[in-house]
Design a protein around this ligand. Structure first.
Ligand SMILES: [Zn+2]
Length: 261
């Protein structure tokens, strides 16, 4: 082929090397800064791509990720109900864009494996992120607790099923801030315990934040029993946060333990 003259091959080789270099950049984890980077729940910035979006999101591609499908849990007689020392809190609701978050007044704690974690906030996912035997609930509330000394988190997940009106949520649903970073504050107090099931059986496993940066620092406590809210109440959250459930992640050899009283 006379087309492939020496004069053509040389620049072609140079171009090939250039593109090889560019395509290798991702493999070498030379990702951009996360400053100003946003993530989504679908499309090119969706969950399958979070680990490639920027340098601080690489944990999203790790092997200790959440949520997971709860299946094959092992009963563990050494586990006991999680001691909860919750005080009432004023109402501090923030629209975080991808979720509605309730910041909680200081001083409420749980004790997990002998370590104390303080309740910082809770927020909602519609539909649920964890599934049980492959089945999701229409909503899941995450109660985020932090150990001040280690920086590690203990998150209690509570499934919300469609049913009776939820008296606690009814105080809030007409005040949910509708735009990003908008807030609603009120002196009205409530206790987070009233958004948890009375039965304290739970599943527990080691996992991560379910949003970037997906840090693998979370002891998950997923309550076996659900609370209820009406379809309209659940819809009020879903209308603002939209679909915000990360798909379940592979267990990668992790064990899910079950506390049954
Ligand atoms: Zn969450």
């Amino acid at each position: 082929m006379t087309f492939f003259t020496k004069n053509f091959l040389l620049p072609s080789f140079a171009l090939f090397m250039l593109f090889s270099f560019v395509s290798c950049k991702g493999d070498d984890k030379t990702l951009p800064s996360c400053e100003g980077v946003t993530y989504e729940y679908e499309g090119v910035d969706g969950p399958e791509h979070w680990s490639e979006l920027c340098v601080d999101y690489t944990d999203c591609g790790g092997k200790v990720q959440s949520p997971v499908d709860i299946t094959g849990a092992i009963d563990d007689a050494a586990l006991s109900a999680i001691p909860r020392t919750y005080a009432a809190s004023g109402t501090h609701i923030v629209n975080k864009g991808h979720t509605i978050q309730f910041n909680y007044d200081g001083g409420s704690t749980i004790t997990v494996n002998g370590e104390v974690y303080e309740l910082l906030q809770f927020h909602t996912h519609t539909h649920s992120e964890h599934t049980v035997g492959g089945v999701s609930a229409p909503m899941e509330i995450h109660f985020v607790h932090k150990n001040a000394a280690t920086g590690k988190l203990a998150v209690i997940g509570v499934f919300v099923e469609e049913g009776a009106e939820n008296a606690v949520l009814e105080h809030f649903v007409h005040h949910l801030p509708a735009t990003l970073d908008a807030k609603y504050d009120a002196a009205d107090t409530f206790n987070a315990l009233d958004l948890m099931p009375a039965d304290q059986d739970y599943f527990t496993y080691a996992g991560s934040l379910t949003t970037p940066p997906c840090s693998e620092i979370v002891t998950w406590i997923v309550m076996e029993h659900h609370i209820e809210a009406t379809a309209a109440q659940i819809h009020d959250f879903e209308a603002l946060e939209h679909e915000n459930a990360r798909p379940v992640q592979a267990l990668e050899g992790r064990t899910i333990k079950h506390h049954k009283s």
